[in-house]
Structure formats: C-alpha cells, structure tokens
Design a protein around this ligand. Structure first.
Ligand code: AMP
Length: 363
C-alpha cells in the first residue's frame, strides 16, 4: 500500500472550479454545524449518509446533496469518491469519519481533497503517538503507569481507540484493577485483546474542560473558540445519590459520554489555556509536518491548584464543538458574530480561495 500522493490530490484540486466548491462530510458527529457553517459562508454542501440516518440533515436543511450509502464505511468506495470529486468537494474530517473510513484507507486510498493535515489523524488515534506529541509540547499530562503492579494511588484505566469512555474505570490497587478488568470482560465492554493494551494513568481529580481551538494556517494564529464539559453516564448520575447510598446500590462508576455542556473557564486561567494550545501547535509543526491545520481539542481537568492537566487531544474537530453551533462566549469575543467551528472552517477555506492559498489547507 502506498500513501495518498499529495501531488495527485493537488492536481485534483487544481481542476476544481473554485467558484463552485462543495463542502462535504460524513453524516454523523459534528456534521450538522459543519454543513450549516459552510452554507452560511456561501458554499454548496453534501452529506454522505448511511441509509436511515438522513433525517437530521433533512429536518435541519443543512445539505444540498445527499450521497446515501449502505454503511458509513462506504465513503471510501471509488464510486462515492468519484461523486464527491465531481461536485468539487472538500471533505471535512471528524471523529466518526476517521472511525468509519479507517485510518489506513484515509492515508492510502482516499483521494478526495481533505481539509487539514491528513497525517496528524494517526497521531491522535494512537495513544503512544498522542502522548509523544503532548509530552514534546511540554504540557502537563497525567502520570502514566507502565504496569498494573505499580498502581499506588487512584488511576484511570483506558483502552485503545475512540470509545466515548466505554470500558474505562477507576482503580486504586492492583487487586481492584484485576477485579474490574474481569467485570468489564463480563459486560463485554472490553475483549481479551484489549487487556494487555490497558492504558493506566494517574486519576486527576478536578473539573473537566474540553477546549476547542482553531489553528489558522493563513493567519498563523491559534484561536480558542469554545469549551465544553462532558456529560457522562453513569458517573454524573451516581454523584446525585447521597454518598452513603452510593456504595449500597452496587454500581461501578462508568464514564460513557452521552452529551456535552457549554462552559466558560475562570478568566485568570485563560493564559494557561492559550499557553497549552500554542505549545501543541509548536510541537506539531516539528513532529507532524506541516503541523496543525484547523480545529483541535485539548481535553483537560483543572485541579484545585488551578493547574490544567491534559489527558487527551483531538487533532480534528471534536464532538464538544456541537455545544456552540450558534457560537460561544469566546467565538463571539473573537468574531462578534455567532461563529461555530464548522463556520470557522468554511471561512478559512473561503479566505484561502480569495488569496489563492487553498493548497496550504488541503491534504
Ligand atoms: P476520554 O475518552 O479520554 O475523553 O475520557 C472519558 C472521560 O474519562 C473523561 O471525560 C473524564 O471524565 C474521564 N477521564 C479520562 N482521563 C482521566 C484522568 N486521567 N483523570 C480523571 N478522569 C479522567
């Protein structure tokens, strides 16, 4: 397998009518505001949608064109790619696109011009690469345990891939770790192959801020457009039960993400917020050339020492951007209008078309 040839992508882009670009994405995750934002910036829009999942796009009227497929992963099929290219499409990647299309296909077989840095998607998906990028950037991360025998305090245990928190658990000793692994296997939330890949890290007690940035390649500037906090089942339900009853009901806490709330952070913490965003962009420039391009997200806990600890990153638009489809407090400060992440992406593309820099945004 050989990697998608950049020259070929650029030659496809070169043949596109720049006055008639379509912004396209897979119908899931953050596609509502990606398409809505694209329309607001004057683009045509297309959604690639699994049969039966088209209702939200019809009801919210965000898509001009529908490419209906049997399954989401068909987005990489040649006929679908041809249809997209015939519409002069630029694909906006998001979490579900990466999950359904698959990294290998995106890297090797997907010849539709895509917004962002194609190569960085693997860096956020593979925990070791993600950790390297974050460590090199010098931002504070949770301590990582190499082995379950070393557990000496509360730890968070995670498994490979984007699972929306499913199967994650907290343990405070090696015995508890082993016992909870068994219980996750019994629930079928993890499989045997996951066990050796368990990622064990310091449990950071604090409040959750998922910070949504946009790095503009055109302006060489890191913008912070919004923040959300996760709504997780069942932990957010458990804490509504009096502490004395929490043990009695015999439920293990779980961290399955079910929704997001928009939040703002204490203003005095904003210098840290910008500092970690800038640092990640600097490290990405060195490690995954040409670096960050467009949306990215740092998922953090803020401790009672007012230290922001980053436990995860997304190097593409993150699901929490859905909390500001009509703009956030921060995107309003920056733009004075209701700017969503989707619209910000479309505006970057529009500006690049005007200044003939589109090639710099596309991989
Ligand atoms: P993730 O899939 O990494 O976003 O994690 C899912 C959820 O697990 C997060 O939203 C947090 O509530 C929780 N979490 C993840 N890592 C940690 C950590 N190191 N300390 C405390 N909570 C965590």
């Amino acid at each position: 397998m050989s990697k998608v040839n950049r020259e070929e992508i650029l030659s496809i882009l070169d043949k596109y009518d720049k006055e008639d670009i379509t912004i396209a994405t897979l119908g899931s995750h953050t596609s509502l505001h990606i398409l809505n934002g694209a329309k607001k910036e004057g683009f045509k829009t297309a959604v690639v949608c699994e049969k039966g999942r088209e209702i939200p796009y019809q009801r919210y009227k965000v898509a001009d064109e529908y490419i209906i497929v049997d399954k989401f992963s068909d987005i990489v099929n040649e006929e679908v790619q041809d249809q997209l290219k015939a519409m002069n499409s630029i694909i906006i990647p998001h979490g579900s696109f990466v999950a359904y299309a698959g990294l290998d296909k995106i890297e090797n077989d997907f010849y539709v011009p895509m917004f962002g840095n194609r190569d960085i998607l693997r860096w956020e998906a593979e925990r070791d690469l993600e950790r390297k990028l974050m460590l090199d950037s010098g931002i504070r991360m949770p301590y990582k345990y190499e082995n379950a025998d070393e557990i000496d305090r509360a730890v968070m245990v995670k498994f490979p891939g984007a699972r929306g928190g499913k199967g994650y658990f907290v343990a405070s000793s090696t015995e508890e770790f082993n016992q909870k692994i068994q219980s996750m296997l019994e629930r079928n939330w993890i499989v045997e192959e996951d066990v050796p890949q368990a990622h064990i890290e310091e449990y950071v007690s604090g409040t959750n801020f998922c910070i949504h940035y946009f790095y503009s390649v055109i302006n060489d500037e890191v913008e912070m457009l919004g923040m959300d906090s996760r709504f997780e089942s069942n932990i957010d339900g458990l804490v509504r039960i009096p502490a004395k009853d929490q043990l009695d009901i015999g439920l293990d806490p779980s961290y399955v993400i079910t929704g997001n709330h928009p939040v703002v952070i204490r203003e005095s913490l904003l210098p840290q917020v910008f500092d970690i965003g800038d640092k990640l962009v600097d490290a990405a420039k060195k490690l995954v050339k040409p670096g960050m391009n467009g949306p990215f997200c740092l998922q953090t806990m803020c401790t009672d020492n007012l230290e922001i600890v980053t436990f995860e990153m997304s190097a593409r638009t993150d699901g929490g951007t859905n909390t500001f489809m009509n703009g956030s407090a921060y995107s309003y400060l920056l733009f004075g209008e209701e700017m969503s992440m989707g619209q910000r992406i479309a505006r970057e593309i529009k500006n690049a078309i005007k200044t003939d820099q589109l090639e710099d945004l596309i991989t």
